[in-house]
Ligand binder design. Structure first.
Ligand SMILES: NC(=O)c1ccc[n+]([C@@H]2O[C@H](COP(=O)([O-])OP(=O)(O)OC[C@H]3O[C@@H](n4cnc5c(N)ncnc54)[C@H](OP(=O)(O)O)[C@@H]3O)[C@@H](O)[C@H]2O)c1
Length: 253
């Protein structure tokens, strides 16, 4: 498959490695210049290209940038991308980083907001796993300890294609619904960064309470921010455990 990745940080960079290793042809772009992607390009065989090129002639596009950057993408960027090419949003809304976004504060699901910004349907995936876990927790299909990640969106074929990509990353997937329902995998939900297997994930998604999301999101973030940034990836297991404690009344793990 040919895949274009916008944003090559903790999540996007990990996906570049995983997809390339699986034999996919990956193009990638960042904000500060593709010269900075040279090492990753030689490590993986992926190509660092311009934003215009990264979305051209690909089978799937991943957007993995901070949410405040989304409105800064050129207007009409995706106009020429065929309608059946899935565009995946890995993003999360953190007001501390992204500033307050009124529509989301008023209850609009985060990926609906992203979809409105880029004027294209979105598939939501990869947003609810810590980068350290994405790097290290993938397992082969059928492994009883394999974790599962939710996928939501309005197009079944696109969701199926994204599920094959999640499989490459080493995760089962759970398609539970539309983009309007995607608040169930947002920060503050019991499915958020709690590293669950498929049956646990199904229960967590079903039990998500929308009214509790912002408070629990901020509780989770306040724990993470007690640590230094260089600890974020190595401490992924401790963070996931802490997230489980926050949601323990909702989880059967
Ligand atoms: N970190 C996690 O554990 C985690 C887990 C799940 C979901 N997420 C979400 O996924 C998204 C990405 O997170 P991350 O941690 O991977 O971010 P990150 O490490 O900060 O990397 C962000 C990447 O986006 C690029 N970028 C920023 N603005 C851009 C633009 N306008 N055009 C093209 N590229 C742009 C940056 O380029 P430069 O390097 O050139 O600045 C960088 O490569 C966020 O919404 C985050 O909330 C993160």
């Amino acid at each position: 498959m040919k895949i274009g990745i916008i944003g090559v940080g903790n999540i996007g960079g990990t996906l570049v490695r995983q997809y390339s290793k699986a034999g996919h042809h990956v193009k990638m772009t960042n904000a500060s210049g593709i010269e900075k992607l040279k090492d990753l390009a030689s490590e993986t065989g992926a190509s660092g290209v311009s934003l215009a090129d990264v979305i051209n002639d690909v089978d799937a596009i991943i957007i993995s940038i901070p949410m405040l950057e989304v409105p800064k993408l050129p207007k009409g960027l995706f106009e020429k991308v065929p309608a059946n090419t899935p565009i995946v949003d890995t993003g999360n809304y953190y007001p501390l980083r992204d500033g307050k976004i009124a529509d989301i504060e008023n209850g609009m699901p985060e990926s609906v907001w992203v979809s409105n910004q880029i004027r294209r349907p979105i598939i939501k995936a990869y947003n609810n796993i810590l980068a350290g876990s994405l790097m290290n927790s993938g397992r082969s299909k059928g492994d009883p300890q394999r974790l599962a990640l939710p996928v939501s969106g309005d197009n079944k074929e696109s969701k199926n294609l994204v599920s094959t990509l999640l499989d490459v990353s080493g995760f089962d997937s759970y398609d539970y619904g539309t983009l309007e329902e995607s608040w169930r995998q947002q920060p503050g939900s019991p499915a958020y960064c709690t590293d669950l297997n498929l049956s646990q994930l199904k229960k967590a998604i079903a039990k998500t309470r929308r009214d509790l999301l912002p408070g629990r999101r901020d509780l989770g973030l306040s724990f993470i921010l007690k640590h230094k940034p260089e600890q974020f990836i190595p401490l992924y297991k401790e963070f996931a455990q802490h997230f489980r404690v926050i949601y323990e009344s909702d989880l059967e793990v």
